[in-house]
Design a protein around this ligand. Structure first.
Ligand code: ZN
Length: 412
């Protein structure tokens, strides 16, 4: 897919410290990159309600990582997928009487427009599932041939059945999220799995290939029969082909740790050498609205596009999001947005002064905060302190502005 235009990043003197991230598997802080080329895979959207604040918070968190890595002097390779063939998207298309392709294209374009406005660095590899179905089918056939997948008859559809991964073929299954059976079963049922489907060997076994039901999009795929791929195999293959394994950081929202990341890692291991596909798993928290869960069914999604249309500046949206540590669950509030708008005004006024407190010091403070698990609240506090401080460093206002822009994507 075509991405959006990359923002220009101002140069900063020197380089930042090594970035460490919280790894969901071990619960510890670990070095985010393993070498001079850092790789990042962030699970992409299902384009039917983009771009709500939960999406924005996730992509902004990993954008800050991307920026901190560049500041560290690393080359960054980033990849993302677009799940443009999936049950919720198809349900929405049916409910609204819109062709699923048109809905996906429209929402993917909205997402790209919002990401460009928010100055999010675009991924180098950006692939929609509809663009790589033959390759995904080949991966499913590989797993079948290896005895790591099996067929389950599809009611009402002639020919070969749906295909499920056989988790028993993967001795390392469970090593990513490290959850007990009961928790895995509950989360699987809640998050798109089908534990009660008759004919499965294990309740948790995830779908790899779904035969086309009447009215559903489907692709011809040789021995698999007409159908479409499951969700987890999509990310496994796009990461494998687009970045090579292992990747440094697998990212996404915290609701993706299980089953999605557990399953896509399992598929990737079985398609390759069996080694861990990602060194670090890091997740952004969930965003609610004024104390309520933000959801389509409640009709309370805060959309970036709507905020922009009402005149809110993208930098204020960034500040409203980055005021919260990325791993926490938090609520979007009108007060939080008002505070961000005020903060942006204060910073803008401070940056327009002829001189200020040491610019080198505030840059070092922001770098140190971000290197420690992307502590954006601490970075914002350092910039706040500079903005209210007095000093005679004439180069500081420009360095202050460049720091906010390069490391946090805040521009004015
Ligand atoms: Zn994914």
């Amino acid at each position: 897919m075509i991405t959006w235009a990359a923002p220009t990043i101002p140069a900063l003197p020197g380089t930042g410290p090594t970035v460490r991230l919280h790894d969901a598997t071990t619960g510890t802080l670990v070095e985010a990159a393993s070498g001079p080329v850092a790789s990042l895979y962030v699970c992409g959207i299902t384009p039917y309600d983009s771009t709500h604040m939960g999406h924005a918070a996730t992509y902004l968190a990993f954008d800050v990582l991307h920026r901190a890595w560049l500041d560290q002097g690393l080359e960054v390779r980033a990849a993302s997928n677009v799940t443009d063939v999936d049950d919720p998207l198809l349900e929405r298309a049916t409910a609204t009487g819109v062709d699923w392709r048109a809905l996906a294209a429209d929402q993917a374009a909205q997402f790209a427009d919002d990401m460009a406005a928010l100055a999010v660095l675009p991924p180098d590899v950006y692939v929609a599932v509809s663009e790589c179905v033959p390759r995904l089918a080949q991966a499913v056939e590989q797993l079948l041939a290896a005895g790591a997948a099996y067929r389950v008859p599809t009611p009402g559809v002639a020919g070969p059945g749906d295909v499920y991964a056989d988790l028993a073929a993967d001795p390392a299954f469970g090593s990513v999220a490290r959850l007990d059976e009961a928790t895995m079963a509950a989360l699987s049922a809640e998050r798109g799995g089908d534990p009660d489907r008759p004919g499965k060997r294990n309740r948790l076994d995830p779908l790899l290939w779904r035969r086309g039901r009447p009215g559903e999009p489907a692709w011809e795929a040789g021995s698999l029969g007409r159908g479409r791929p499951g969700w987890h195999i999509e990310c496994a293959v796009i990461a494998l082909d687009g970045l090579g394994l292992p990747i440094d950081v697998q990212g996404g929202g915290s609701d993706l740790l299980f089953p999605h990341h557990e399953m896509s890692c399992s598929h990737a291991r079985l398609l390759t050498t069996g080694a861990p596909p990602a060194r670090v798993h890091t997740h952004a928290g969930m965003v609610g609205l004024e104390g309520q869960k933000m959801s389509k069914s409640l009709g309370n999604l805060v959309l970036v596009g709507r905020l922009r249309a009402s005149g809110v500046s993208p930098s204020a949206i960034r500040l409203a999001v980055l005021a919260h540590h990325y791993r926490t669950d938090w609520d979007w509030t009108d007060g939080g947005l008002a505070h961000a708008v005020e903060r942006l005004d204060r910073w803008r006024a401070a940056a327009a002064r002829p001189a200020g407190p040491s610019g080198d010091r505030v840059l070092a403070q922001v770098r140190a905060a971000l290197a420690e698990d992307l502590d954006t609240p601490r970075a914002l506090a350092a910039l706040d302190d500079w903005a209210v401080g007095e000093g005679d460093d004439a180069s500081a206002p420009a360095l202050f502005a460049a720091t906010a822009d390069a490391l946090l994507g805040v521009r004015w």
